[in-house]
Design a protein around this ligand. Structure first.
Ligand SMILES: C[S@@+](CC[C@H](N)C(=O)[O-])C[C@H]1O[C@@H](n2cnc3c(N)ncnc32)[C@H](O)[C@@H]1O
Length: 266
């Protein structure tokens, strides 16, 4: 039994991840990590597309702390969009934050609609990074930019047994690639000024702290209340496997960004 048995981001998975990672977040690091993805960028007045927005934690932060004009969050899971929309109501951000369920595939927007594409730890679920980056470039205005975080891996060779075992335990459709594959995909989609940041060491330390909190009171009790004892044990075991692949350096969370250059835009 697993909390993903009811779907990849079902209600139990959402409730559990928000307990570990904070209200509105289905990925680690909260607002501070979003700030690092965007470090040095001026978002004031920008219209931003958040791909794989989950429950909207990052989108709200782009609006409240970075002065974005609007954020359109898209996700393939109806339950996360329901949760994001409820949080938008709670934070009185419904004028600026719009959330939509989409189907996997081409982005359902006309060319040149957004100033920026943002994404936090969602591209790992999309296998074809090259087509994705071409489509990201298409929906951006000339000189638009992408700033993203993702869960990556050391290289693009065959998965080690340990990484395969971790991914199987997660029960999620995960297509992690190297930071270098993103670099190439960005360049061939017309992005320049590409910057890459490896976050393996940061997440290794944080994941160890997360595991310690998840297995002791009060978080352990809250998790048991939320998903039951058996699944609380199962999720702690998944974290141990994740820490293992972080330790051997195969699982490498990271950030990347780039700006469309007129010379190379499609
Ligand atoms: C790890 S969660 C991160 C959510 C959010 N960005 C955050 O940081 O809290 C990954 C999200 O990507 C979404 N997702 C998976 N495949 C997708 C696709 N093809 N297009 C858009 N979203 C997708 C999942 O439903 C999930 O909500």
């Amino acid at each position: 039994m697993s909390i993903t048995d009811e779907g990849e981001y079902g209600q139990k998975q959402i409730d559990f991840l928000e307990l570990v990672w904070g209200e509105g977040f289905l990925s680690p690091g909260g607002s501070a990590e979003v700030d690092l993805v965007l470090e040095g960028l001026d978002l004031k007045g920008l219209h931003i597309l958040d791909i794989g927005c989950g429950c909207g934690g990052a989108a709200f932060h782009l609006l409240r702390a970075h002065g974005a004009a609007s954020v359109t969050g898209i996700d393939i899971e109806p339950l996360v969009i329901t949760r994001a929309s409820a949080l938008a109501e709670k934070y009185q951000l419904t004028d600026q934050a719009r959330f939509e369920v989409v189907t996997p595939g081409p982005l359902p927007f006309p060319d040149g609609q957004f100033d920026m594409v943002f994404s936090k730890d969602a591209f790992l679920h999309i296998p074809d990074k090259e087509t994705l980056m071409q489509d990201v470039a298409r929906v951006l205005k000339p000189d638009g930019m992408i700033a993203a975080s993702d869960w990556m891996r050391l290289d693009d060779g065959p998965l080690s047994e340990q990484l395969r075992d971790y991914i199987a335990a997660e029960g999620l459709d995960m297509h992690m690639c190297s930071l270098q594959r993103y670099e190439k995909a960005l360049a061939s989609a017309g992005f320049g000024h590409i910057q890459l940041t490896d976050r393996n060491a940061w997440y290794l330390a944080l994941a160890q702290n997360e595991h310690a909190s998840m297995t002791t009171s009060p978080l352990r009790d809250q998790i048991v209340d939320c998903i039951g004892e058996e699944e609380a044990d199962h999720t702690a075991a998944i974290w141990q496997k994740m820490i293992g692949v972080l330790k051997i350096g195969e699982h490498r969370p990271g950030h990347f960004r780039g700006t469309l250059t007129n010379a190379s835009q499609n």
